[in-house]
Design a protein around this ligand. Structure first.
Ligand code: HSE
Length: 293
């Protein structure tokens, strides 16, 4: 029996749009073995029903098929058991995790015929951007760069002091919808502002000086375009900061929010829940550790 565990991820961290991602200890688990007959797929956990409705298009299975295709093999009947703890469609990398899990599972069935570099390229091609799939594969905090079809990444230390609070609202926001509202062009001043924030964010992580983390995470281009999808966004961010959050941002394409803090994480989580509640949004709050491989 093969077992593959892949973490949830939070991309962007505010200003690192399509560049930064952080793996979190909330897992998608896939177990698989060669089956007889047709092969079965069995779903458990979060989103099991949604996934079950359409196993043929399930990303885990599609990714497995891709690996067999790439290896020039026909996928044999496989019994696949999928246990998902990652909320679907909430900006926590559920699709990246499903793709990575499918690729690893099939590659293990093929006795690791493809190398990690090849799997990473396949994952990025299937997902469309790299900032979730890379930390889902290698864990921790990562910076990615795509150039001429190649995927480059670096792992960075994430400050131990920082606690990650993830607030997940009761509605979904499909990534394609959240990407459609992005500006197709941005002007020089905005490019400079974005670069400055992203550099400052990494500098803050590296020095441990978090005094201006809130400014560094406050992306003014991508997040700005998306916040109309999030009821009470500005007020939730303001109140979280007032209660001790060092920085708050949309998690990936949203609608979840992440807050970073070095104290009072439960107070911050409760505050986000409370303020969102005033805007008619119910939410779950997770206090997560960074997932390292
Ligand atoms: N960087 C991507 C985006 C992440 O913000 O659209 C999607 O999860």
């Amino acid at each position: 029996m093969i077992e593959v565990k892949v973490p949830a991820t939070t991309a962007n961290l505010g200003s690192g749009f399509d560049s930064l991602g952080l793996a979190l200890d909330l897992l998608l688990v896939v177990r698989a073995e060669l089956g007889d007959g047709e092969g079965k797929v069995c779903f458990k956990g979060r989103g099991a029903l949604e996934m079950e409705k359409d196993p043929a298009s399930n990303l885990v299975i599609r990714a497995m098929q891709e690996v067999f295709r790439k290896a020039g093999e026909i996928m044999p009947p496989v019994d696949v058991y999928i246990e998902n703890n990652i909320p679907l469609g909430k900006g926590l990398g559920s699709s990246a995790a499903a793709i990575v899990a499918g690729l690893y599972t099939a590659n293990a069935l093929l006795k690791d015929r493809l190398d990690e570099k090849e799997l990473m390229k396949m994952a990025v091609a299937m997902e469309g951007h790299a900032d979730n799939v890379v930390p889902a594969m290698v864990g921790g905090l990562t910076a990615v760069m795509l150039e001429e079809g190649e995927v480059y990444y670096q792992k960075l230390p994430f400050p131990h002091k920082l606690k990650v609070i993830v607030a997940v609202p009761d509605f979904t926001l499909p990534t394609p919808k959240a990407r459609r509202v992005l500006p197709s062009r941005i002007d020089l001043e905005e490019v400079i502002g974005s670069l400055q924030r992203a550099c400052f964010l990494l500098a803050s992580f590296s020095t441990g000086d978090f005094r201006f983390l809130d400014k560094a995470m406050n992306d003014k281009v991508f997040q700005e375009a998306r916040k109309k999808f999030i009821p009470g966004f500005d007020e939730v961010v303001r109140e979280a900061k007032k209660n001790g959050a060092l920085g708050v941002a949309l998690s990936g394409a949203g609608p979840s929010l992440i807050a970073l803090a070095d104290r009072d994480e439960y107070l911050i989580g409760e505050k986000i829940k409370e303020v969102w509640g005033l805007h008619g949004v119910n939410s779950d709050v997770f206090y997560l550790k960074v997932h390292e491989r």
